[in-house]
Design a binder for this molecule. Structure first.
Ligand SMILES: Cc1cc2nc3c(=O)[nH]c(=O)nc-3n(C[C@H](O)[C@H](O)[C@H](O)COP(=O)(O)O)c2cc1C
Length: 360
């Protein structure tokens, strides 16, 4: 018996509604509540362990690729262990785990800024050997702070700004401030307004978009994170956006949007390292976050742009955009920098309880 076209349409509508409903019901708990953390809630009269655990409220406000928040923490009486949560690794977009490690570095930097603010000196041991353990932060009560006082408050106002940026120049002193606050021996920061560099970066981003949006696995992974409601739209809107990314050809639209974003930006920033390994990426993440916090304190917006880095055959061209004399040729992260209208709202975070490893 032939099924009529009307029946096919009705069944399809029910199937799509079913998928949307299932998607919404399966969305994990994530909210904006994490941004309401108050300094006055620091448990000054509680145990050392509870005081250290409080610092995690600031670590989890760090940026991460696709807002994947690929971290877990174990708090002891004098240390915080920072683990990679590999179940949240973007296996397609981030095959070499560069972004996972940069994200961990960003969370580590927030943690160290918060520790300094609440009276602790920190010493970091990277990759001490245990599986997935990226760093151990030993915390010792201290009588004075060593961090720039503008950075800690910026943790609460930092956000990724995907708006068009104004053509307005950033003063030399502000550019110098951002660079000197975050530069160190392990990383190089290059900020440029050179038009030819912007054009080359735009071309590389376009080529990367073409490759990524013709890859079903990439679209499926991106769709998964959009559908989790952590990358802007939430609820039903997130599932509809997921379906659009997975089933429609959104590549050309994204390419056009990225071209406009890069065209509008007065500056591009590059963080690079000498080596291409996990340790270099974690340290680059710390640098990115310190730079971003300083930019935030100065009222300057930032958006990482990773497409060209996520595509192996495109990534190798990026080092050609760095100054010829640079000895640090491994580009870890590229970002847009400039003045812009604020982003509409913060992005969501998982509840703190979900990222804490508790000893049974
Ligand atoms: C390593 C890394 C790569 C990122 N790449 C991009 C990117 O390519 N495009 C983008 O719009 N945002 C990018 N972001 C920003 C994240 O999407 C953002 O941090 C996350 O959604 C949380 O939002 P928030 O930064 O506003 O708190 C990246 C962030 C990190 C740490």
């Amino acid at each position: 018996m032939a099924v009529s076209a009307t029946k096919v349409v009705v069944i399809s509508i029910f199937l799509i509604l079913g998928m949307v409903l299932a998607g919404v019901l399966m969305q994990p708990e994530a909210s904006l509540q994490a941004w309401d953390v108050k300094e006055s809630s620091f448990p000054a009269n509680e145990s050392q362990k509870e005081k250290l655990a409080f610092l995690l409220n600031y670590a989890i406000l760090a940026p991460s690729s696709h807002n994947s928040q690929p971290w877990k923490f174990n708090v002891t009486n004098d240390s915080i262990l920072v683990f990679a949560d590999e179940s949240r690794w973007l296996q397609v977009a981030d095959a070499d785990k560069r972004e996972l490690h940069i994200s961990l570095g960003c969370a580590l930097e927030n943690l160290i800024m918060a520790a300094d603010h609440f009276g602790y000196n920190s010493t970091v041991t990277y990759f001490p050997g245990e599986k997935d353990l990226a760093a151990i932060v030993r915390l010792v009560p201290a009588s004075s702070s060593s961090a720039d006082p503008r950075l800690f408050p910026a943790i609460l106002s930092r956000q990724t700004n995907r708006n068009l940026y104004e053509p307005r120049a950033i003063s030399d002193s502000d550019l110098e401030s951002m660079k000197s606050i975050s530069s160190d021996a392990d990383n190089s920061i290059f900020v440029t307004s050179d038009l030819a560099t912007k054009k080359s970066f735009q071309d590389l981003t376009t080529r990367a978009n073409v490759i990524q949006y013709s890859d079903a696995d990439f679209k499926s992974e991106l769709g998964h994170w959009i559908g989790q409601g952590v990358m802007g739209p939430r609820g039903v809107q997130a599932i509809m956006a997921q379906l659009a990314v997975v089933f429609l050809d959104v590549g050309p639209e994204q390419t056009e949007k990225d071209a406009q974003l890069i065209n509008s930006t007065p500056y591009l920033g590059f963080i690079s390292t000498a080596n291409n390994d996990s340790l270099s990426s974690v340290k680059a993440g710390r640098t990115l976050e310190r730079f971003w916090l300083c930019a935030t304190a100065l009222g300057i917006s930032l958006q990482p742009m990773s497409q060209a880095l996520e595509t192996a055959q495109i990534r190798e061209n990026l080092s050609g955009l760095l100054p010829a004399q640079s000895s640090m040729k491994e580009v870890q992260q590229v970002f847009r920098l400039g003045y812009a209208k604020p982003a509409p709202e913060h992005s969501t975070r998982r509840p703190l309880a979900d990222v804490m490893i508790t000893d049974q």
